[in-house]
Structure formats: structure tokens, C-alpha cells
Design a protein around this ligand. Structure first.
Ligand code: XIL
Length: 322
């Protein structure tokens, strides 16, 4: 009997990165999790460890323990490392709430944060989500602590500060902007303005937290292409596929496999060369903790058992290599 081909081996043969969001505690304590990551994936993104809240226990200190654990694992096993994320409105430090800051104070804090964090991983992190979710669902600029203090220029500064200290490619990352829609139009306009201002941005991350068979892969392909036409790279950065429990198709794991397959095909057709799933095993997914009424099995592994979605991705990558 021949050993089953790993996802990693078919991805490498195709020059394609298949990644997973990684939890530092599981990586340290769960050998099954460690083994799956090591065997099956070519890329890692720390799921929470590089966010500002976990990294900044107090205004003057950093806690790099968890982030280092995930980054070093990726380096040791020759994986691509994605950094997530330098600027976001969520998961900011708890002490922010009591901080009586000025606009200048916010700007200085963000500059120091980016210089320290992106600088620490200068030649270790390959791609950074510099700014996450700056656009609101209706397409307006999201009103965040960063936007309030600095206006749209906070994105420009964040990319410039990162560019000064890291060799990584620099991405804007968002959800709900995967296909062509009002929100992705707004992201497109925002990034066009940034490019007009010579901001050093290399790419766009489409999170792709998918529901059922939405967004439509053809619409995603059109969206990827328009960003590529701006000279940018596009990556799928946080994929999972959940179903509303009250509309659950009978064969939803096969439907899920078809959707994953269609997205990998879309990537291969458009030249998007990275797909990261937001977790490894269904049990580790963030979805059940954050949404009610959705299925709790959005990923590629059920325990250590590969699901139909896993096999669909292996098949399509292997077929395209022939
Ligand atoms: C999620 C993590 O998976 C959870 O563990 C955490 O409690 C909240 O954040 N978009 C993003 C990710 O950019 O950082 C989020 O990750 C999921 C949505």
C-alpha cells in the first residue's frame, strides 16, 4: 500500500501555499495538532498571537512568547509565515479603555508598535496583514481609534512604517470583500487612492469566511483579477466554510468539498498562489464561539481525519500538476 499523498507535497509540487491559522497553546501541547500542521501545510499564520492585545500586556511591554513559538515553528519546517495583524480595531489591549490618549499619542504608539513588531520579524515573516478590516460593511471607512486620530492617512503611515523595517510583502486584509460587491468596490477605491499616493502596498488578503456556496467563485475570480490589474498580489487568508443549521444540505460535507475545490481552481486560474484556512481541525475553529446557528465543521480535518474538503483540494492540486 502506498502512503497517501500529503496536502503539503501536492501543494509544493504546484508552487502553491496551503496554510492554517495556528494556536500557540495547541502547537505546544497537542502532538496530533503539531503533526498535522507539520505534515499537511506549507504556511502558518498565528491566529491571535501577533494581534495588539495579546502582544501588549501594558503600554510599555511586549509579550512575544506565543508569536515566537508559531513563527519559529514555521521557519524550522520551511513554511511561509504570514503575520496577522499590525493594525486592527478588534483585540486591542484592555488597558486602551483607560488610556487618556491624544491623537499624537495614538500615532506615536502605532509607529513604535509597528517598528518593534514588524522589525523583530524582519526576515522571518514573509507577508504581513498590515491593516485589517478598515472598511465597514456599507463601504464607508470604519470609525476606529486609528481612523479617528489620523484619518485615512493611518493606512499610509502603517504601510510606510512597516516598509521601513521589514522585508515582508505588505497586505491589506478584509472580510466580506471576497467577491465583487459594494464593500470590495470600496476596498478597491481605497487601495487605488493609496497607490496614487505611492503607499508601499503589495497585496490584498481576502479572508473568505464563506457561507454555504457563497460568495460565488466566479465573482471572486473577477475580484481577484481587478486587484491583480492594479499590480497587486492576492491571497485567500482566512478561509472556512460554514452552513446555516436551518438550511443544511443533506450532503453538506460533499458540498463543502466542492466549494473548497472551486476556490482552489479559482486561485489556480487567476494566479492567486496562497490559501490559508482559519484553523486546522473543526474542533479548533473560531466559528462556533462567535456565531450561533452555523455548523461547527468549517475546516479540512475532523480530528486528525481528513475530510472530503481536504481530498478535494489534494485532488485538484494533483490534477493541475499533471
Ligand atoms: C479570530 C480568532 O480566530 C479568534 O480566536 C479570536 O477570538 C477572534 O479573532 N477576522 C480576522 C481574524 O481577521 O483575526 C479573526 O480571528 C477572525 C475574523
Amino acid at each position: 500500500m502506498t502512503a497517501r499523498m500529503s496536502l503539503r507535497s501536492v501543494a509544493e509540487a504546484q508552487g502553491f501555499d496551503v496554510g492554517a491559522a495556528v494556536d500557540a497553546d495547541l502547537l505546544r501541547n497537542d502532538a496530533g495538532y503539531w503533526n498535522l500542521l507539520r505534515r499537511e501545510f506549507t504556511a502558518v499564520t498565528p491566529e491571535n498571537a501577533l494581534k495588539m492585545g495579546p502582544l501588549r500586556p501594558s503600554p510599555d511591554t511586549y509579550d512575544f512568547g506565543d508569536a515566537d513559538a508559531v513563527v519559529n515553528f514555521g521557519l524550522e519546517y520551511d513554511m511561509t509565515v504570514r503575520g496577522h495583524t499590525l493594525v486592527w480595531h478588534n483585540q486591542t489591549p484592555a488597558w486602551f479603555e483607560e488610556w487618556e490618549y491624544t491623537d499624537e499619542g495614538i500615532e506615536g504608539f502605532l509607529r513604535d508598535h509597528i517598528h518593534t513588531v514588524a522589525g523583530r520579524y524582519r526576515d522571518k515573516i514573509d507577508a504581513w496583514d498590515v491593516v485589517n478590516e478598515a472598511v465597514a460593511d456599507d463601504g464607508s471607512m470604519r470609525e476606529t481609534v486609528w481612523y479617528d486620530a489620523m484619518g485615512e492617512a493611518y493606512l499610509d503611515r502603517a504601510f510606510e512604517w512597516a516598509d521601513g523595517v521589514t522585508d515582508a510583502d505588505l497586505y491589506y486584509n478584509d472580510y466580506g470583500a471576497d467577491g465583487v460587491n459594494e464593500k470590495s468596490d470600496a476596498v478597491y477605491d481605497l487601495i487605488t487612492r493609496m497607490l496614487d499616493r505611492d503607499v508601499p502596498i503589495d497585496g490584498v488578503g481576502l479572508q473568505l469566511h464563506a457561507l454555504h456556496d457563497e460568495p460565488d467563485p466566479e465573482s471572486i475570480a473577477a475580484n481577484v483579477r481587478r486587484f491583480e490589474d492594479l499590480g497587486l498580489d492576492v491571497q485567500i487568508t482566512e478561509m472556512d466554510v460554514a452552513y446555516p443549521e436551518d438550511e443544511l444540505p443533506e450532503n453538506h460535507r460533499e458540498r463543502q468539498a466542492e466549494y473548497y475545490r472551486a476556490i482552489v481552481e479559482t486561485c489556480l486560474d487567476t494566479g492567486c498562489k496562497t490559501l490559508v484556512t482559519w484553523g486546522v481541525r473543526d474542533d479548533d475553529s473560531w466559528v462556533p464561539g462567535w456565531f450561533s446557528g452555523l455548523t461547527d465543521d468549517p475546516l479540512l480535518f475532523d480530528g486528525s481525519t481528513p475530510k472530503p474538503a481536504y481530498h478535494a483540494i489534494v485532488d485538484v492540486l494533483a490534477e493541475r500538476s499533471n
